[in-house]
Design a protein around this ligand. Structure first.
Ligand SMILES: Cc1cc2nc3c(=O)[nH]c(=O)nc-3n(C[C@H](O)[C@H](O)[C@H](O)COP(=O)(O)O)c2cc1C
Length: 355
């Protein structure tokens, strides 16, 4: 799973002049910022009052993603870039405020598979009816509401329009953030899968690997190239010894495709143009899924991605890696008859010239 930091939007929902919402939003940020720093979480405070969203004025259904209004595009970009939300909401007439319902209605897929925590405030019910109301709506959008919550009874918690210090409330807010981050991480595969290219195994999907994936890639290649080291009787195998930083570096300069299933990296392949050659490397499949055609599928996908003008595909493997060499031969590669000092062998395959 990617190590990209989790980005959390804190959303103050009340928009009326003199509202208590901004004060609750400030308190929340003070209470959770130290924990967010420890967790590497980026907090993005947003006030619906600043967004000036009118009542929904888009022609198309939000699921279309067709947004004609600039305010919708801005809101969409903010929500899309977030991994989770903490909504700071009052209770209006036993329900959520219309501003929150409106802001939810504007968008579709941007909300999907992200956790939403609530900090509510109100009179006798401390805003909890607002939260119950919001929860049944947000699940329709595939938002995942949290169990952890903060509910503030205004009369007891405030003095002259300010929140009184309350260590228990601070701790509850940290509890919301902790749960939010865990759920946001757990839901990452769900978010990645929506809209991604399907992979060869049921439920699997493809995604370009970036430097954020270096930990997963390092584990995969170390595990996969142990066999290579044993077969070729050498430890001088870069994929075995590369540091995390070295892996990050090559992920930046190669186009690497990963096959994922439920947050697990099952296989990968990297490609790069070198002159008129299309170079393919680091073809790897987790040990428990070998023999199911995943490597061959990745190899063919890597070849199909060759840039126009490339006239051949090249790759390198251990000179004694007979299983790999068999696969490459069966896919039309031929061995280059040169002797490599490092015990590797090069293979090539011509590409159709009309590309
Ligand atoms: C239109 C309206 C409806 C309200 N309805 C409720 C309610 O159903 N339950 C409740 O506990 N408080 C209710 N209140 C009181 C609010 O909890 C309190 O005014 C709170 O400060 C509102 O949040 P805001 O200041 O951020 O707008 C209502 C207030 C407004 C303005």
């Amino acid at each position: 799973m990617s190590t990209k930091p989790v980005r959390v939007l804190t959303l103050v929902c009340s928009t009326r002049p003199g509202a208590l919402g901004p004060e609750v939003g400030r308190w929340l940020l003070d209470a959770i910022t130290p924990r967010a720093t420890d967790l590497g979480v980026e907090l993005v405070p947003v006030a619906l009052a600043d967004l000036n969203l009118p009542f929904l004025d888009e022609e198309e259904h939000p699921s279309s993603g067709v947004y004609r209004q600039e305010h919708t595009r801005r809101w969409s970009a903010l929500v899309d870039a977030a991994d989770g939300f903490i909504v700071i909401t009052p209770e209006y007439n036993y329900g959520m405020p219309a501003t929150l319902k409106n802001a939810l209605d504007y968008l579709g897929r941007e909300w999907a598979w992200k956790p939403m925590g609530f900090v509510s405030y109100g009179n006798t019910s401390a805003g909890t009816r607002s939260v119950q109301h919001a929860k049944q709506v947000v699940t329709t959008l595939r938002l995942v509401p949290l169990g952890a919550t903060v509910a503030i009874r205004i009369a007891e918690a405030t003095e002259h329009g300010r929140l009184r210090p309350d260590a228990a409330r601070d701790a509850a807010a940290v509890g919301v953030l902790d749960e939010l981050v865990r759920v946001a991480q757990a839901l990452r595969p769900m978010r990645e899968r929506s809209g991604a290219r399907p992979g060869p195994l049921p439920g699997s999907y493809l995604r370009r690997l970036t430097a954020d994936d270096a930990p997963e890639v390092t584990v995969l290649q170390r595990c996969c190239w142990v066999d290579e080291a044993l077969t070729n009787d050498t430890l001088a195998v870069p994929a075995l010894s590369e540091s995390l930083d070295q892996v990050r570096d090559w992920l930046d300069t190669w186009h690497t495709t990963g096959v994922w299933l439920d947050g697990r990296l099952l296989g990968m392949v990297r490609t790069r143009r070198e002159g008129d050659d299309w170079h393919i490397g680091r073809l790897a499949v987790v040990p428990d899924l070998r023999g199911q055609g995943l490597g061959r599928w990745l190899l063919r996908a890597a070849e199909a991605a060759a840039e126009p003008g490339c006239d051949r595909v090249t790759l390198v493997t251990g000179a004694k890696s007979l299983r790999n060499i068999d696969l490459y031969h069966s896919e039309g590669y031929r061995m280059v008859p040169a002797h490599h000092e490092d015990g590797t062998a090069s293979l090539v395959k011509g590409l159709a010239t009309h590309r």
